[in-house]
Design a binder for this molecule. Structure first.
Ligand SMILES: Nc1nc2c(ncn2[C@@H]2O[C@H](COP(=O)(O)OP(=O)(O)OP(=O)(O)O)[C@@H](O)[C@H]2O)c(=O)[nH]1
Ligand SMILES: [Mg+2]
Length: 446
């Protein structure tokens, strides 16, 4: 049955393409088989499995983990955070889930410590950075020569559940500033958390207030798409219920003869899946059953595309030149390369000139130093010569003294010798007289 329907749809599509591209529509006279393409796609998708990433932004203890557990009918790993985290951290956990034969790789990212900072930027900036990082790693994979996008774990955030505190008053400035920072990066689905704590009339007014505040602050939230006729009606009606007021609970309570997920109070029971009690069912229907694929597609075609465009433009790539003529990537690359080489050349010349200048300066410095050394040397040489001359003079004087002293000594020696000789003669004579006298004395005694 579906084959028959789809083949007629295909003919419509072909004729649409025909008018768009100028191709001639042709009718087929028999079965060809390409009407099975959608089934081929379905089979391929089932084989590959799906991937979906949800980011939960909300103050500590607002009910993020409970809602996720309730949405996916399971117990994810939950860590209670304190209000004293020094900074906001993003905790991502990935799970493989299976429902009938469909496998879903689900990543739940939680903001830990969000809203506990004095400075609002400290709360939202880590979230912005996280989203950008996921885009960046996808872009890097896409830019690789050897890409493996078919088995790449896509961590880009497909849906962002923004948990609004059920104050019944208005949005906080942190809510507005955070959503404003994120609305061009991610599909924001605002939800009023713990909606069981707010009365029906207050909730109605609160929803209107929130929507008008979002509009007046220019915050773009995700709108359920209306282009697919099969879901346009439900999506239109659901867009009117935003933001969804949700209640989370994994506790089973017996109501009538069945067990339902509910929160029990002394005065009554709030049933999570009862549309009269809260919008939980609407959220699950819209997020998972109807628009999950659109959320993935919007992430890729709108948000990632914007990120990619800005990044490539930042890197200097453009689709057109200044005269609006189309430029290929190759041309841009060549132009960039040329620009780079010229810049390199310019820098090299600059460095060379600088080098020559420095060498000249150094040379001049060295010459000055050499001159100074030379003059110092000359001065020392002169000093040395003067000292030498003075010493020579002293030596000469000394030698003169020495020679005159020698002469005087020789004269003195001569004199001494003469006087010695003279004295010796006198002594001899005296001795001779003494000898004669003695002899005379002896002879007289005899
Ligand atoms: N009244 C009410 N309480 C709720 C609801 N959802 C969760 N809670 C309660 O709020 C408390 C915190 O819930 P969590 O789901 O752990 O909140 P959280 O945002 O994940 O907290 P952190 O991860 O620690 O920041 C628990 O006591 C929940 O039972 C709700 O819809 N209504
Ligand atoms: Mg939690």
């Amino acid at each position: 049955n579906s084959h028959v329907d789809r083949s007629s749809e295909h003919l419509v599509c072909c004729s649409r393409y025909g008018t768009d591209k100028g191709a001639r529509p042709l009718s087929l006279s028999g079965h060809v088989g390409f009407d099975s393409l959608p089934d081929q796609l379905v089979n391929k998708s089932i084989c590959q499995g799906f991937c979906f990433n949800i980011l939960c932004i909300g103050e500590t203890g607002i009910g993020k983990s409970t809602l996720m557990d309730t949405l996916f009918n399971t117990n994810f790993e939950n860590f209670e955070s304190s209000h004293f985290e020094p900074q906001v951290k993003l905790r991502a956990q990935t799970y493989d889930l299976q429902e009938s034969n469909v496998r879903l790789r689900l990543t739940v990212v939680n903001t830990v410590g969000f809203g506990d900072q004095m400075n609002k930027q400290e709360s939202y900036q880590p979230v912005v950075d996280y989203i950008d990082r996921q885009f960046e790693s996808y872009l890097q994979e896409e830019l690789k020569i050897k890409r493996s996008l078919h088995n790449y774990h896509d961590s880009r955030v497909h849906a962002c559940l923004y948990f609004i505190s059920p104050s019944g008053h208005s949005l906080k400035s942190l809510d507005l500033v955070t959503m404003k920072k994120l609305d061009s990066k991610v599909n924001i689905i605002p939800v009023i958390a713990k909606a069981d704590t707010i009365s029906k009339s207050e909730l109605h007014k609160f929803k209107i207030k929130i929507m008008s505040e979002l509009v007046s602050n220019g915050v773009q939230i995700y709108q359920f798409p209306l282009d697919d006729e099969t879901v346009a009606k439900v999506n239109t009606s659901m867009n009117g219920h935003l933001p969804f007021a949700v209640v989370g609970s994994t506790e089973e309570v017996s109501v009538g003869n069945k067990m339902v997920k509910a929160r029990q109070y002394p005065w009554g029971i709030v049933q999570v899946e009862n549309e009269n009690h809260c919008d939980f069912m609407k959220l699950r229907e819209m997020l998972i059953c109807v628009n999950m694929e659109d959320l993935r597609e919007q992430t890729h075609t709108r948000h990632y595309e914007l990120y990619r465009r800005c990044k490539l433009e930042e890197m200097g790539f453009k689709d057109t030149d200044p005269e609006c003529k189309p430029v290929s990537l190759q041309q841009t690359y060549e132009a960039k390369r040329q620009e780079f080489l010229e810049e390199l050349q310019r820098r090299e010349d600059e460095m060379r000139q600088m080098f020559v200048l420095r060498v000249k300066e150094k040379e001049a410095e060295l010459k000055d130093a050499e001159r100074e050394l030379q003059s110092r040397f000359e001065q020392l040489k002169r000093l040395h010569a003067d000292e030498k001359a003075a010493l020579e003079e002293k030596k000469r004087l000394l030698e003169d003294d020495q020679s005159s002293f020698g002469k005087r000594r020789a004269a003195a020696q001569l004199l001494q010798a003469q006087s010695l000789t003279a004295n010796g003669k006198k002594d001899k004579d005296r001795k001779k007289y003494v000898h004669v006298d003695t002899k005379a004395a002896v002879s007289s005694e005899q």
